[in-house]
Design a binder for this molecule. Structure first.
Ligand SMILES: [Zn+2]
Length: 637
């Protein structure tokens, strides 16, 4: 965490991954990393783990598996010695460079938060290798340079060259904004010049099989003011949906080349590709004032949330092609639910929140971060899930994907460094501001500079629902303080020193308080958060007859370790607890980590009553590799 006083004096230049221009069609403005300082609590702990454990461990993996070594080979114009953990069709994966770029982006946000000599040295080494590997013409891609020279921009469908460039750009922009360090930005601009010569206006009108470069190009436009980057992003979007990638192994919808981006009614195909594409589409739409494009993405997103999202916020249920399933095809045990897809969903919801102000976007961000995203990280921060099922059977076939344990790294290591950058940039997503005032979307102990306003939030969230907001600095004129009431919350109350200041509010709409404020003013939001029983959607066949337990923003799970000995998890059922979860009692779980709140749950198994324990889903699989389930059958009548 940064020292007090390091909050930027100029709040109009947010240090963030997504910063729409002043003229963008954007409803809300971001704050930014240096305008939000974590001061303690749940997210400060996670930020510390990211900085002290996850990012250093990630660098050691990049070093030991050869991802960094491959840049050295490219710099030396070597033709052999390429290293990779795994092979695809007898060749290494072609997208390993992106792991280094995503790690560098995560490192930038962490270093922007507070200097760290160890991470700085690692990053300097990685940046030096990227600089050295770049050819004089701007091209940089270790796979092509070492293993397939002369095939630049040939295999656009599967080669991931533009995907890698997109991550290079995002890392470069993070280093520019968070640290004022433009070494990578120089590399990125030269790389994009190479892309533009091959695929820009007047050249071949083709696209990459994996979207990603679109959103990165818009941010490059935002940093440099060079409109040609925005136009290239828009061109890549417009070219998509006309079948130019062919059908590949999984059909045109796999890479969203089946329908134009303005027309596709629902999210389909490879989940990360769809969501990265839609991130770019929002970015282009707000900068071009393209309401039709923005509406198309917003509609697709609403359809996804209603019919293709797990309770944990995870998306993309199919293993075979890492794809969205049909509506309500949401099996808990066979969920693919890639970590990157959950992260991409957060990235998209954040862009839609800025663009539209739709509070449902903040609900999805909260649900996904606390559950679908955080569960992929072990409690010590050094091992990762790629696949995030909502059930692991007690008796299972060893090695079956999605039934194992977290790993320290993967042959396709897209997920771990993606976690590093999303946790590193999380403070950017807590609050926004506009001409009317400040909007608090997520609750954490932080200090926030939003426009001319400075606030402090103090809370034990997500374990407790009280949030104290203190004004530290305020302009003289009245302004609006907007506090999101999460959709899960049935009763929210706002009090100041004189008592309750508004009617108790129900979830789904914010409490908005407009008044003249002065430094020292405090209001306290109380979000009632009893344990609750959640029914599945009746069309979700795989979980019919089951219920889930939730409390506040957290989805709960039962693990074998929290059952009486001899009880098999699959035999556990829940009696009718009513929507108020009668008999379910919160309890402290110091065995699982600081301040973790579990639930004591009255269950039924082996013909009798049993007491079971439920823990936050994000904390599962940190003990024995036994059974786990989120959706639990109701007791048979
Ligand atoms: Zn991934």
């Amino acid at each position: 965490m940064s020292e007090p006083g390091t909050i930027l004096p100029d709040p109009t230049t947010p240090v963030a991954a997504v910063v729409p221009t002043a003229t963008a069609m954007s409803r809300l403005r971001p704050t930014g990393a240096r305008q939000v300082r974590l001061t303690g609590g749940f997210w400060a702990e996670r930020a510390a783990t990211n900085r002290e454990a996850t990012i250093p461990a990630g660098f050691e993996q990049l070093r030991s598996v050869g991802t960094l070594h491959n840049f050295r080979l490219a710099a030396d114009a070597a033709r052999e010695g390429y290293r990779a953990l795994g092979l695809m069709l007898d060749k290494p994966f072609p997208f390993l460079d992106s792991d280094v770029y995503k790690w560098l982006e995560g490192a930038a946000w962490a270093l922007g938060d507070s200097p760290d000599r160890e991470i700085q040295a690692m990053a300097d080494e990685a940046i030096g290798l990227v600089e050295a590997a770049q050819r004089p013409d701007g091209y940089v891609n270790t796979f092509v340079q070492v293993l397939a020279p002369g095939t630049e921009y040939v295999d656009l469908a599967m080669g991931h060259e533009l995907y890698c460039f997109g991550h290079l750009l995002q890392a470069a922009i993070a280093w520019h904004r968070a640290l004022g360090d433009d070494r990578l930005l120089v590399v990125a601009e030269r790389a994009i010049a190479s892309v533009a010569r091959a695929l820009g206006p007047g050249a071949r009108e083709e696209i990459d099989g994996h979207p990603e470069i679109e959103m990165a190009l818009v941010e490059l436009y935002r940093v440099t003011g060079e409109r040609r980057h925005l136009e290239l992003a828009a061109a890549f979007l417009d070219r998509r949906g006309h079948g130019i990638l062919g059908s590949g192994r999984h059909g045109r919808a796999y890479w969203q080349d089946h329908l134009p981006v303005r027309e596709a009614p629902s999210v389909v195909g490879h989940a990360v590709r769809q969501l990265y594409l839609d991130c770019g589409a929002v970015d282009v739409a707000v900068e071009l004032g393209d309401q039709v494009l923005l509406d198309a993405v917003h509609r697709r997103w609403q359809d996804m949330v209603a019919s293709k999202m797990y309770l944990t916020g995870a998306v993309g249920s199919r293993h075979r092609d890492e794809a969205f399933g049909d509506p309500f095809e949401l099996p808990p045990d066979r969920a693919y639910a890639e970590t990157c897809a959950a992260i991409a969903s957060v990235m998209l919801a954040w862009r839609l929140l800025l663009a539209t102000g739709d509070p449902a976007c903040a609900d999805v961000i909260e649900r996904t971060m606390y559950n679908g995203v955080l569960a992929s990280l072990s409690s010590d921060g050094t091992s990762f899930f790629y696949v995030n099922p909502l059930q692991r059977r007690t008796h299972r076939t060893w090695g079956d994907p999605g039934t194992g344990e977290r790993a320290r790294w993967y042959a396709c290591a897209c997920c771990p460094p993606n976690l590093m950058r999303v946790i590193g940039s999380w403070p950017q997503m807590l609050a926004t501001w506009d001409d009317r005032g400040v909007q608090l979307h997520q609750y954490a102990s932080v200090e926030i500079q939003a426009g001319a306003v400075r606030l402090a939030m103090e809370t034990a969230y997500p374990w407790a629902g009280e949030v104290a907001v203190t004004v530290l600095a305020s302009p003289a004129e009245p302004w609006e303080l907007s506090l999101r009431v999460p959709a899960w919350c049935e009763t929210a109350t706002l009090r100041d020193g004189n008592g309750v200041v508004d009617e108790p509010a129900a979830g789904g709409r914010p409490i908005v308080l407009r008044r003249p404020w002065k430094a020292g003013d405090t209001v306290t939001l109380t979000l009632d958060m009893p344990a609750r029983v959640t029914e599945p959607h009746p069309r979700a066949d795989a979980i019919r007859g089951c219920v889930a337990l939730e409390r506040g923003p957290l989805v709960y799970a039962v693990e074998t370790a929290d059952l009486p000995s001899g009880i098999v998890l699959e035999d556990l059922a829940l009696p009718d607890l009513g929507p108020g979860a009668a008999g379910v009692v919160p309890n402290d779980r110091p065995d699982l980590g600081t301040s973790i709140v579990g639930l004591a749950v009255p269950g039924v198994a082996a013909g009798g009553r049993v007491q079971a324990g439920a823990i936050p889903y994000f904390a599962w699989s940190n003990r024995d590799a036994a059974g786990m389930r989120v959706w639990i059958p109701r007791e048979a009548r």
